[in-house]
Design a protein around this ligand. Sequence first.
Ligand code: IMP
Length: 216
Amino acid sequence: MAGSQRIVIASSNTGKLRELVAWLHEWPVELVNQSDLGVTEADESGISFVENAILKARHACSATGLPAIADDSGIEVEILDGAPGVRSARFAGPGAGDEKNLQLLLERVRGTGAVNPVARFQCLMVFMAHAGDATPVIAQGTWNGHLVPEPRGSHGFGYDPIFFVPTHGCTSAELDPTIKNQISHRAQALAGLLQGLRARFPAQSEIPRRRAGTGR
Ligand code: IMP
């Protein structure tokens, strides 16, 4: 790949950018947040995580003419038929925030009478070389656990305080963030994305630049 190749991260979240920079350190690329390029948030109208990740990546490619990486994530609760799923960030309504989302999820679980229901965090990561890329690199990470009835722990965000991680005997909000970043759904998806990028762009090859008619 050329040393100056820029890749746009279809997220305004600087934490995600930092994680990606760390994981992609072996690639001679410059990662830049879409908000720094004036790109607005994409419409997340998909009904699956992978659709939303592709929508976000394509939107960022179209707006910038650059390759893009996007992710979409959320929590699925088996007894609730996978809810909140793709609606995790807006479960209690647009702009409701983490606390209201978490409380609504606990309320819904209580309504079923289930104790410690099976849950999993999902993360889908997508790399698109350009807006018309028909073979995006796609990776999925799944973190299995179950819900606890009361929030525990102060790290993390979102549903971390009620997500119990059986392998570590605590909630993900009680986990050392360094550990979480090694084992979470996002870490697994990032590892898969890296593997997919290595396969699609073997050493010395180059991420294609914008092709005529597929960019902004
Ligand atoms: P997005 O991928 O940034 O759209 O996030 C989706 C939503 O899923 C977040 O707002 C959180 O509610 C939830 N979520 C995703 N990953 C995590 C996590 O690692 N911990 C807790 N909640 C998460």
